[in-house]
Design a binder for this molecule. Structure first.
Ligand code: HEM
Length: 198
């Protein structure tokens, strides 16, 4: 019985997306630790700047292309609030995010990446609370709206998807990870990578 349940879970869209982007996620995690980390106050400010720069174009893409039920709550205003509390300005956004022709599943895949990142944020929030002794601003990492959206999205992705929807969602998720990674690796990487984005 347990085996059957596991087989079903392995089949669902969320498992497919995680499997397809696991390596990209690990690379992104490493790149973000290298680019900023969050060990000191200045590192944390850079981490937030990077998050803002990458998320602003992704949020714009979703606002333009996703149906309302697949629009994650915007988090850039929360990041801006944290940056202001740290005495930092909002950085310029990274270049436009684009995926060419929009197809079935694209919005779902992009929404999954942004919403799923709330899982990682929870663990980063615990570290930041400890390192900053509870004094660093955490409007972004402590956001309640994204975890709520994530819970709603789970019912949608924890089931099998039609093949074209699964393919589109995977394609979009890979593109979003590639974009975020390029931002984390710096402007040169972004310029080089843009042409290669699907
Ligand atoms: C900054 C360094 C990061 C760390 C330390 C980190 C850490 C984590 C952790 C601990 C999980 C939960 C794994 C689990 O419970 O199975 C997770 C999941 C995830 N993270 Fe990250 N993450 C980071 C950055 C990001 C970024 C920048 C994004 C995308 C914008 C992202 C997207 C995701 C996604 C899509 C999931 C999987 C959701 C799912 O289980 O369906 N992560 N991350």
């Amino acid at each position: 019985m347990a085996g059957r349940h596991r087989a079903a879970a392995d089949d669902h869209l969320r498992a497919q997306l995680r499997a397809a982007t696991m390596a990209a996620h690990d690379l992104l995690d490493e790149a973000m630790q290298a680019a900023s980390g969050w060990q000191r106050r200045g590192d944390y400010a850079r981490f937030l700047e990077l998050q803002h720069a990458a998320r602003a174009p992704l949020e714009d893409w979703l606002a333009a292309h996703a149906p309302p039920s697949l629009q994650p709550p915007r988090q850039t205003p929360l990041i801006a609030r944290d940056l202001a509390a740290l005495g930092r300005r909002v950085p310029p956004p990274a270049p436009l995010f684009t995926m060419g022709r929009i197809g079935t599943g694209h919005a779902l895949g992009a929404a999954w990446v942004l919403a799923g990142s709330a899982l990682g944020n929870r663990s980063i929030a615990r570290q930041v609370a400890r390192i900053g002794a509870g004094t660093w601003p955490v409007a972004f990492l402590g956001d309640e709206a994204m975890p709520a959206f994530w819970q709603a999205l789970r019912t949608r992705i924890e089931q099998r998807a039609a093949p074209d929807e699964a393919a589109g969602a995977t394609h979009a998720a890979e593109a979003v990870f590639a974009y975020f990674l390029a931002v984390a690796q710096g402007p040169q990487s972004l310029a080089a990578g843009q042409g290669a984005l699907p």
